[in-house]
Design a protein around this ligand. Structure first.
Ligand code: SF4
Length: 366
């Protein structure tokens, strides 16, 4: 990768970083596994919020080998609360690849690094530069925003053209003597000073070279044209108990929140009556009758990338109409993606996003 003459702002930003850098456990440790985990965890989560998850993760899976040996359920469970669970699954698969095909050593080059499951251009650049000191850029939304402002780029930063243009400038400005520090300086600078909504230009160490500031257009940059249409989906949820047990469903192993546990639910019903009849029909296939209480016990909204769930939760009682009486026998009659468990066991399972919040309601006392 070629290096252009460092513009004046690069050493100024590095000097700011030397004084203001956040003290984080994966920094300056030279351990690519730790950097890798931290980068994947922080992709959709603020650093402060993800730190406890990182610490817990390192207690459970302190090395690549520990993670490679863990089951998918263990990994997803440890990830619970961070969302976007495919990241956890892919991290495990990528680490298994390193253990089995690279002798347990995270690759030193971008091509091999990006061939690992779940590792994209940003994560590869972050790991290579921070752990190995390789002159690789790590361009994410944070960096796109900062450069769009610094260089006065009005192209859409979500477009391929905008991303390519900015990535080329980042490559040109990357200081080869401190690539890891530079990438981390951009991360910290973007989260503390050149923040998304209203940049703190009054505290900015590179204000004199910033095009957006000099031309009074900081409120217009970066340009982001969103194309994704988010679909609203009503979801009626039944918190259904059979004595001390609750009926749960494991979501399919494809699609949204895959393989995670949830309370029985009905999507897109247009009324309480429609939802009640949907739930009654659902549990009826397992030999249960349902008395659903028509009182909402909780309303929740949960936003995914393409859908927004408007959830209404109701409580209900189940009566078993089959011949069997013991809970063990009833359990064996249920399909493998359904189960009855007690409240105390909730913590042992990975919950499907907002359904985890509903567990806090149980037991629901009227
Ligand atoms: S002057 Fe303002 S907009 Fe420009 S880089 Fe600094 S914080 Fe960002």
């Amino acid at each position: 990768m070629k290096e252009m003459n460092n513009p004046k702002w690069v050493p100024q930003l590095l000097a700011w970083y030397d004084v203001n850098k956040r003290d984080l456990p994966w920094r300056d440790c030279g351990d690519p596994y730790k950097v890798w985990v931290s980068e994947v965890m922080s992709q959709q989560t603020r650093i402060e919020a993800m730190k406890p998850y990182y610490d817990n993760w390192m207690r459970l899976f302190p090395t690549l080998e520990d993670l490679a040996k863990a089951t998918e359920d263990e990994v997803v469970h440890a990830w619970q609360g961070l969302g976007y669970y495919s990241r956890a699954r892919n991290l495990r698969l990528g680490v298994q690849d390193v253990v089995h095909n690279y002798g347990g050593v995270v690759p030193h080059n971008r091509k091999d690094m990006e061939s690992l499951k779940g590792v994209g251009s940003y994560t590869a650049g972050a790991v290579l530069s921070m752990a190995y000191g390789e002159p690789e850029v790590a361009v994410d939304g944070n960096v796109l925003r900062i450069y769009a402002r610094l260089y006065g780029i009005f192209d859409d930063i979500l477009s391929t053209k905008g991303k390519k243009m900015i990535t080329a400038i980042v490559e040109d400005t990357l200081p080869h003597d401190r690539p890891g520090d530079f990438n981390q300086a951009l991360m910290d600078f973007g989260s503390a000073v050149c923040i998304p909504k209203t940049p703190r230009c009054g505290e900015c160490p590179i204000v004199n070279t910033c095009h957006a500031y000099q031309h009074n257009v900081t409120d217009q940059l970066p340009v982001r044209i969103k194309k994704i249409k988010v679909v609203d989906v009503p979801v009626f949820v039944g918190i259904l108990s059979y004595g001390d047990y609750y009926l749960l469903h494991k979501r399919p192993n494809r699609g949204l929140l895959r393989s995670m546990w949830e309370f029985p639910s009905v999507e897109n019903a247009d009324s309480y009556d429609a939802a009640e009849s949907g739930l009654t029909e659902l549990v009826g296939t397992f030999g249960f009758e349902l008395s659903l209480q028509p009182v909402i016990v909780k309303e929740l909204t949960h936003v995914f990338s393409h859908r927004k769930w408007f959830m209404k939760a109701f409580r209900g009682d189940l009566q078993y109409t089959g011949d069997h009486t013991s809970i063990e026998t009833i359990q064996t009659q249920l399909p493998k993606d359904w189960m009855l468990i007690k409240r105390e066991e909730f913590a042992d399972y990975a919950w499907a996003g907002p359904h985890g919040k509903l567990t806090e309601l149980c037991p629901i006392v009227e």
